[in-house]
Design a protein around this ligand. Sequence first.
Ligand SMILES: [Zn+2]
Length: 165
Amino acid sequence: MSGDTPWIRGGLRIARAVLDDIERHAAQDYPSECCGFIFGPAQDWALLDAAQREENEADKYHRLDPKRFPRTSEMYFKINELRAARTFEDAARAERPVKVIYHSHCDAGAYFSEEDAATFASDHQLMWPCAFLVVSVMKGNVVDRKLWVHTPGTNEFEASTIDTV
Ligand SMILES: [Zn+2]
């Protein structure tokens, strides 16, 4: 599986302007968590050269059913799974795969939370064929960002590297 999707192992490179845009998104949406996709060419597997903002649907669910969804976008993010599935499919077909899902943490570090791990790995399988960027926003300012990758055969994630180019 990772033979076709080597970016899931991390060690990625991101265009500075793309990272800037992601960090602007994170700062603008503070104190809500933001989320989105990062793409790059299939031929240059480590390169990330475009991002797409997605809606954090946490508040939408909270408004509709606050009992079942007691938490808001300040606490977590909820990406639309149908849109995600379509985006992954379309991007793969266009040879511009989604390589990373990004989201922010507000007044918390750029760690991969237990909830993040439970969202993106199940039964020791990675749910989406990508790596994960977490941006830490403290009091409205981006202070850190870290790339996380799935540890094969587990429900755990480990830190990797992302360099700007
Ligand atoms: Zn998180």
